[in-house]
Design a binder for this molecule. Structure first.
Ligand SMILES: [Fe+2]
Length: 298
């Protein structure tokens, strides 16, 4: 989609996305003040009529666009919607459903691996501030569980010496982008700390499978942090019409495995990313383009 069409879609969504005044207020409150859990869940949203879940990208047709507009309206209240070339070819709205072409791989959810807690695109210099998920259809066996682990809960269980440690110890965050694919592990020399920002209420950067520790101590500290993150993780079962906003600078998230049937009833999620620093990105990158290739440094 070119920039002009993207802008038209965003403008239409802002004007008629279907969010009530109360929901708009809740989303703005969340952006301005945040909350301890690091997420906002709005249920029973008006998503329009949802066709059978496709099982191939080529079959993705959706005549009723109310869900897309709702999602983009919510996203625009949080920041600027962005895309990544490596995710759904830069589309502002990513559709997730089990794909037949990938079903034969090892794990039951190999179509979209989200099994361990992570912050999204932790290696990327253009990190999304928020993820917005809209559930168009729950999986029929209700197995899929989304987990969210907030750094505000995690640091309550960390001694202050460890909080200082994670503010200062750099880990090498590997990129999972290779050409146009995901889930490889590439060293882009992205050394950064797990905690950053205000030590009284830190931001969080975490993706253990894609992090290389610089010492045995750093490795065991990371394993301890991962255990705590799982201890405090909140399980959420998304149902049809649920809109979930995740603060990607204050939380890590994961999703359990679930089964696919490929009969039109499978789980279907739409997702967007929002950034809050678009003008800074334009300044540093010299372009208004809101679809990003890999950016290692700004
Ligand atoms: Fe994720």
């Amino acid at each position: 989609m070119d920039q002009a069409r993207m802008n038209d879609l965003i403008a239409t969504s802002i004007a008629s996305g279907g969010l009530s005044q109360e929901h708009i207020a809740e989303i703005i409150q969340f952006r301005v003040f945040g909350n301890r859990r690091g997420f906002l869940l709005l249920e029973n949203m008006p998503i329009g009529s949802i066709p059978r879940t496709p099982s191939r990208r080529d079959d993705l047709g959706k005549p009723d666009t109310r869900s897309e507009k709702l999602l983009l309206q919510a996203t625009a209240l949080l920041g600027d919607p962005i895309g990544y070339v490596q995710e759904s070819e830069g589309s502002l709205i990513n559709n997730f459903f089990p794909q037949r072409s990938q079903a034969s791989k090892m794990s039951s959810d190999s179509f979209d691996t989200e099994l361990d807690l992570h912050t999204e695109n932790a290696f990327h210099a253009v990190q999304p501030d928020y993820l917005v998920l809209l559930c168009l259809r729950q999986d029929p066996d209700r197995q899929a569980v989304t987990f969210i682990s907030s750094i505000d809960s995690i640091i309550e269980r960390l001694p202050s010496s460890d909080i200082h440690y994670f503010f200062h110890e750099p880990y090498n965050f590997l990129s999972d982008y290779c050409q146009r694919e995901k889930n490889c592990r590439i060293d882009i020399n992205k050394r950064q700390t797990v905690l950053y920002g205000d030590i009284a209420s830190p931001y969080f950067r975490f993706d253990p499978y894609f992090m290389v520790a610089g010492s045995h101590q750093a490795e065991s500290k990371l394993a301890m942090l991962r255990d705590i993150a799982w201890e405090v993780a909140e399980p959420l079962t998304l149902r049809q019409g649920d809109l979930l906003i995740i603060d990607n600078r204050k939380t890590a998230h994961a999703r359990s495995a679930f089964d696919a049937r490929f009969d039109g009833t499978d789980r279907w999620i739409q997702r967007t990313f929002a950034v809050c620093n678009r003008r800074f990105l334009v300044e540093r990158l010299g372009t208004h383009n809101q679809v990003f290739e890999l950016v290692a440094n700004l």
